[in-house]
Design a protein around this ligand. Sequence first.
Ligand code: SAM
Ligand code: SF4
Length: 355
Amino acid sequence: MTTIALGMPAARRDPRDAPPTDGRPAVPELVDRFGRVARDLRVSVTSACSLRCTYCMPEQGLPVPPREQMLQPGEIGRLVGIAVSELGIREVRFTGGEPLMRHDLAEIFAASRAAAPGIDISMTTNGIGLDRRLPALLAAGLNRVNVSLDTVDREHFRLLTRRDRLDAVIAGIRAARDAGLTPLKLNAVMMRETLADAPALLRWALDNGAQLRFIEQMPLDADHTWARDHMVPASELLAVLGQAFELTEVGRDDPSTPAEEWLVDGGPATVGIIASVTRTFCGACDRTRITAEGTVRSCLFGDDETDLRGLLRGGAGDAEVADRWRAAMWNKQAGHGISLPGFAAPERTMGAIGG
Ligand code: SAM
Ligand code: SF4
């Protein structure tokens, strides 16, 4: 059996080649050599975005591949169908870049819904334009959204996202709430520049019926400015929130759920904290990712990718596509390794992988 050092990326291969499968048990699921099983599929549909969050995108945005290199709605639907019916995937979330930048997003959802009628379809979005697009997306099969919002301070929002679009994001969140999309979750990356705004953001989320989750900043920004001694650890955020709210730890019911929950002022409202850097949960990771160009990515931090688009376009059957996907996941690395000496950030950044 090939062994992979904890957190170290596998050697780079040509993504068109099948990854090694020595020792892989003959089970249908997406298992890896550390005993984890992937049940949660993230599908990135573009690297384009309407914002330029400093922890994610470069000022000029990321290059967007030509249309023919991106998966088309029918291809995405086919992969979702294979994932659910052949590979044991139970949740599908669309992401990017910004999914709403795809004009054919409703077609993508409709194709996925047709291929996997019983599955929950959710989307992570910055919310810009969601109010206008929501009816068509709901009709196509969308069930839930997570909207990213880091601060409700207009000037801080403008500086962090390099765009003055706070009102548009809020309109998107309110449209999702008014459409009854529950639970409505908000994601906020903990940044030093907006740390003092955290209590106001939590108050805003509670007032607007949304569940807020803070996420530790990971070294996945295009500008490579992440620094351990500058990032805000969960412990520091808890201290800031603790000055405005009474927080009681609830913990986490499901070990594969990265958010640790805290009751706010005795509950029932909660706030979540995803301490991806300081309390790594890689050992319970159950994710598999498809990039907008149709490669499988087994880990956010592993640049080793396996191409499925070529198989789809070359006439491969579902069983062959599923086998290639299993082989890709078998080679998943043990963890992100951010704290290990010699850690190097992956080549693709968050917006190009799909968070
Ligand atoms: N554009 C959509 C959005 O912002 O929700 C979807 C894509 S975005 C890459 C997905 C999630 O990744 C967002 O919640 C975003 O805040 C988070 N994210 C981006 N860069 C990050 C980083 N360096 N560390 C932690 N989370 C990050
Ligand atoms: Fe765009 Fe989302 Fe990245 Fe912000 S986090 S730049 S909204 S892809």
